[in-house]
Structure formats: structure tokens, C-alpha cells
Ligand binder design. Structure first.
Ligand SMILES: [Fe+2]
Ligand SMILES: [Fe+2]
Length: 198
């Protein structure tokens, strides 16, 4: 956190102190101050962090590593999933694998366009003998992926890279379809992935 951010935080904290002063009883006032301070820190780190082209390249390379991970897990799980109840979703996972490859190519293209070197390292892939475990691993990965792409769209737009943002939105739509397909196969509601801090 730089000096200006610190000063802004301190100034905002001053107002929070005034607001907390209205809260009765010492213990409750102290809890109020602790809560407000944490909230302010979060606000500063999630909304005021400056994005640069270099940071966007770095972040997109993390996304690319997640895409490689997705390709590997969908290739593996689509073939390993056993049981009549899972045959439909196994076919669906094979389709996801091909879509993840298309995403990886697009993200690599964006990294190259921004002047970076596309990553060659996948995030580690978990394996299991159990069909439900595999689907849950994929669901968790899709949640993380979506949360990061939501942030990435904002960052690309902040840098006026609207074409990249548009491409990320298209990817995001498919990731959300993946999430829904996995949740449906697990018999649960599709979770809300939220938005990543960076
Ligand atoms: Fe993807
Ligand atoms: Fe996906």
C-alpha cells in the first residue's frame, strides 16, 4: 500500500471512527471499529489496486495455467468416469475439454498481443476413482475460473482493452455453462462464484 492509499484509508477510517463512536458500550464499539477497519482494508485492496499491462499479462498467464488444468482434467475425467448414471455427463466433459482448449488458445493470443510470453505450466490436477469427486473437483475449478475472469473483464476494460474484455466475456459464458452442467450432474444448484480480488 503506497502513501496516498494509506492516507485515503486513514481519512476514511476517521469517518468510520465517528460512526462507531455512536455505538454504545465499549466492547460493542471496539468490535465495530475492528469490523470497519477490516472492511476498509478489503475495499482498498479490491477496488484501488492499480492494474497495468504487465499485471494483466501476469494475471492472464495464471488464467492460461487454469485453462491447461481444465483441459487435462476434462480429458482425464471424461474417459475415467464410470457408471450408467454418469454417461451423459462424461460426454459433456469431452465437449468441455475441446472448449477449454479454445479458451487456452484465445488467452495465449491475448498474452502474446500484450507483449508477454504465454505460460506453459498447468495448475496441478487432482485425480480420484470416484465419479462424484471428479465432478466436485471440476465444479470447484470452474468457480475459481469464473471468479477470476469476472475480475479480468474489469481489468481489461480499465486498460481500454475492450476486445480482450469482449473475448473474456465469451469465455465466461462458456465457463458458466460448464458450472451449470456440473452442478446439474451433482443434483445441486449452481453456486455463485463471486469475483476474485485479482
Ligand atoms: Fe476455460
Ligand atoms: Fe470451464
Amino acid at each position: 500500500m503506497d502513501a496516498i492509499q494509506r492516507m485515503t484509508l486513514d481519512a476514511a477510517a476517521g469517518w468510520e471512527v465517528v460512526a462507531c463512536a455512536a455505538v454504545g458500550a465499549l466492547k460493542r464499539r471496539r468490535l465495530c471499529l475492528q469490523y470497519q477497519s477490516k472492511t476498509l482494508e478489503n475495499r482498498m485492496t479490491t477496488t484501488k489496486r492499480d492494474i497495468t499491462r504487465e499485471k494483466l499479462i501476469e494475471a492472464l498467464n495464471e488464467d492460461l495455467s487454469r485453462e491447461y488444468h481444465a483441459i487435462i482434467s476434462y480429458v482425464n475425467y471424461s474417459q475415467v468416469l464410470k457408471g450408467a448414471a454418469y454417461m451423459n455427463i462424461a460426454d459433456e466433459l469431452a465437449i468441455h475439454a475441446a472448449e477449454e482448449l479454445a479458451h487456452a488458445l484465445q488467452i495465449a493470443n491475448h498474452v502474446d498481443y500484450l507483449g508477454g510470453m504465454p505460460s506453459v505450466t498447468p495448475k496441478p490436477v487432482k485425480t480420484s476413482e470416484k465419479a462424484e469427486d471428479m465432478l466436485r473437483f471440476d465444479l470447484e475449478s470452474e468457480k475459481i475460473t469464473i471468479a477470476h475472469y469476472r475480475r479480468r473483464v474489469k481489468q481489461a476494460e480499465h486498460l481500454n482493452e475492450y476486445a480482450i474484455a469482449e473475448s473474456l466475456r465469451t469465455i465466461l459464458m462458456q465457463e458458466q455453462d460448464h458450472l451449470i452442467a456440473l452442478a446439474t450432474a451433482l443434483g445441486i444448484d449452481a453456486p455463485n462464484p463471486g469475483i476474485a480480488d485479482e
